[in-house]
Design a protein around this ligand. Structure first.
Ligand SMILES: Nc1ncnc2c1ncn2[C@@H]1O[C@H](COP(=O)(O)OP(=O)(O)OP(=O)(O)O)[C@@H](O)[C@H]1O
Length: 250
């Protein structure tokens, strides 16, 4: 485990007008690995990510990376974190190819010159299995293909922390397997935070599960967290699918 990497949330509170999403939340994540934020639709997972990324300002509280305050400051947060938004929340009708889109990110960051850019981009395209369609326009790609380009771009930022918002949504079973295998590789030397509403998908890969619904309801290793009483704190009573998931997992 990486000893110095830490992401800490202290007393974080956020609401949209009267809709409370976070209330004095506290959590500290340490080291490389996968940290799954698990909760139902509308739980506030995307909002939680946006507050961590400094894209939304909390009403109170702090976000720290390695002890450095990044609260409400997206450019500071960007030094440590790259973000892959939920596919359904973005318009990817870009008039550029996937390769150009990744290169544009690298140039904006000043991390490569024209000649070595191609090599760097090729490495990330290979990591996510996107070489075949990287030279097509983004607007002509399927959702799953766009997802891979977005992940390659985020990885090319070479930040120690990667935030993936619902990376499995709208992705077919083979695509899900591909995402899981890239996570397996990348989590060896990054902290990955991932949101999902499906308890099964990442359970075997996660170092920690954060059960979330309008705040952190429970957090810990999967073996401690996969209990009906804890999952019900996020999903509510009598959700048959959750009960079935526990049978699959145990
Ligand atoms: N910009 C906004 N202004 C006002 N309310 C918002 C805004 N964005 C989200 N919300 C509300 O905040 C709540 C949480 O939304 P959020 O998208 O963070 O949840 P989520 O857990 O990511 O959901 P899903 O799994 O469905 O993507 C919802 O009730 C939503 O309507």
């Amino acid at each position: 485990m990486h000893e110095t990497l830490s992401l800490e949330i202290r007393d974080l509170t956020f609401s949209y007008n009267s809709e409370q999403i976070l209330e004095n939340e506290n959590i500290r994540l340490e080291g490389f690995g996968l940290f799954t934020v698990l909760g139902p639709n509308g739980a506030g997972k995307t909002t939680f990510f946006k507050v961590i990324l400094g894209l939304l300002k909390p009403l109170s509280g702090r976000v720290l990376v390695n002890g450095e305050e990044i609260t409400g400051n997206p450019s500071k947060a960007g030094r440590y974190m790259a973000y892959v938004p939920q596919l359904s929340n973005i318009d990817y009708n870009y008039p550029m190819t996937g390769r150009e889109f990744i290169e544009a990110g690298l140039r904006a960051r000043g991390t490569c010159k024209k000649r070595d850019c191609k090599m760097i981009v090729d490495d990330y395209l290979a990591l996510v299995g996107a070489q075949e369609f990287a030279d097509k326009r983004m607007s002509s790609l399927s959702g799953g293909q766009v997802q891979r380009i977005l992940v390659a771009r985020a990885l090319s930022m070479e930040t120690p922390i990667l935030l993936l918002d619902e990376p499995f949504s709208g992705i077919d079973p083979r695509g899900k397997d591909d995402i899981l295998s890239f996570i397996r590789k990348v989590k060896q030397n990054k902290m990955i935070l991932l949101t999902t509403h499906d308890p099964v998908l990442t359970v075997n890969l996660s170092e920690k599960i954060i059960v979330f619904n309008r705040g952190v309801k429970a957090a810990g290793p999967p073996a401690e967290i996969f209990r009906l009483d804890l999952l019900r704190k996020a999903y509510g009573e009598n959700v048959l699918y959750i009960e079935k998931c526990l049978h699959i997992i145990h």
